[in-house]
Every structure is written in structure tokens, then in C-alpha cells.
Design a protein around this ligand. Sequence first.
Ligand code: DX5
Ligand code: ZN
Length: 223
Amino acid sequence: MQPVTITPSILAGDFARLGDECRTLGEVGVEWIHVDVMDGHFVPPITFGAQMCAALRPHIRGVMDVHLMVAPVDAHIDSFAKAGADSITVHLEAGPHIHRTLQSARAAGCKAGLALNPGTGIEAVAHLLDDIDLLCVMTVNPGFGGQALIPAMVDKVRALKAMTAGRDIRIQVDGGVSLKTARSLAQAGADLLVAGSAVFQGGPEAYGRNVNALRDAALGTLA
Ligand code: DX5
Ligand code: ZN
């Protein structure tokens, strides 16, 4: 089984102390942190923007993985790159010129991620394989944490893993990742598991334990 990286989503953290949350996660060995940017238009809630990302950057050890649930998105890519994003994920559904959007993420010096809503087919991805570093399979409808994984998404992960075989493209899953679902997602080919509620439950003293348990569950070695 390939290595699996648990990527906490700070959407489930304490918004009044997000810098502390990021530092605590770094101290327990977290290498990627997922930042959910929501615009109140592409998805119903509004979370935060590039200024918040810039403020958090010094508190994040490793990769700042910015998930833009924003449409239209093109005008915002540069500001998130300047805010220190290492990886910027945009939605296939966010606009008519996704190829250009992905190129602009790379041109800004970031890894380019492509996210697919649950109802979106995978065919379009075949034409974008040279332009993406990360594929984010939304395993819930975007906009809210704490939702149950949509079971049909496991087969979608498997199909995308096959489509990307031999390429340097990471397969990320986002939504409903838990001790119960991590194994089937990893077996289907996901190697970046975003987890909000499953990481943050129990408060800061539980974060390390929660991350390790999720990784063990994904690898099938949970005691
Ligand atoms: C949902 C966000 C997710 C969310 C996942 O729109 O993109 O990253 O934080 O939350 P959980 O892990 O609680 O399903
Ligand atoms: Zn997300």
C-alpha cells in the first residue's frame, strides 16, 4: 500500500485560534494542512480569504493546501499564491476555462489541484492530466464539514487512480473521512485524506492520536 498523508481541514478547528490549531498540528507531525475557502456563492457559507491564509502561513509547518470553493475563481489565484499557498485546488465546475485556471495556478508557482463535485463525471479529467498535480475527489457535497461520505465516490476514486496511473498526480479525497471510511478510500487509491471532524474531535490533546488512528485505519493496521 502506498503512503497515506492525513490532511487536517481547519474548517473543523476553532476559528478564534486557528494559528494555535495549525501549530499544534505541526507539533504532532502533520505535514499538510487543508484550508477551505468558501465564497457564499459557489457554496452557501463564507469562510475566509487570502488575508487569513497569509496570517496562518507562518504557523503552518509543511504544505498549505488551499481548496478554493469559489466561482468565478481566476481573479483570485494570484492572491492565494502570494499568501503562501503551496497547492491551490480549483473546482472543475467553477468556470468555463478550467485549463487556463489550472495553468495560472502553476504559473503563480503553486501545485495545481483539480476538484470534482460528487455529481461530476470524470471524463473531462482525461484532457487535463498534463496540467494537474493533485486530483481532489469530493466525497461529500462541498460546503460543510461533518457530512457522511457518499459511498459511490469510492468507485470514482478507483477510476481516477486508473486514469492517472504512471503519472505524478496525487489523489485526494475530501469529506466524510473517518476511521470507518479511510481504509476503503486508501484501497481505492487515495493517498491524501482530508479530514476535518475526525481530526479535531476531542480537542488539541487528541489531534495527534486522531491523525495516527486515521493513518493506521487507512493502512489497515489500526489496533
Ligand atoms: C467540505 C470541505 C471539507 C471539509 C471536510 O466542503 O471541503 O474539506 O472540511 O470535513 P469533514 O472531514 O468533517 O467531512
Ligand atoms: Zn476541502
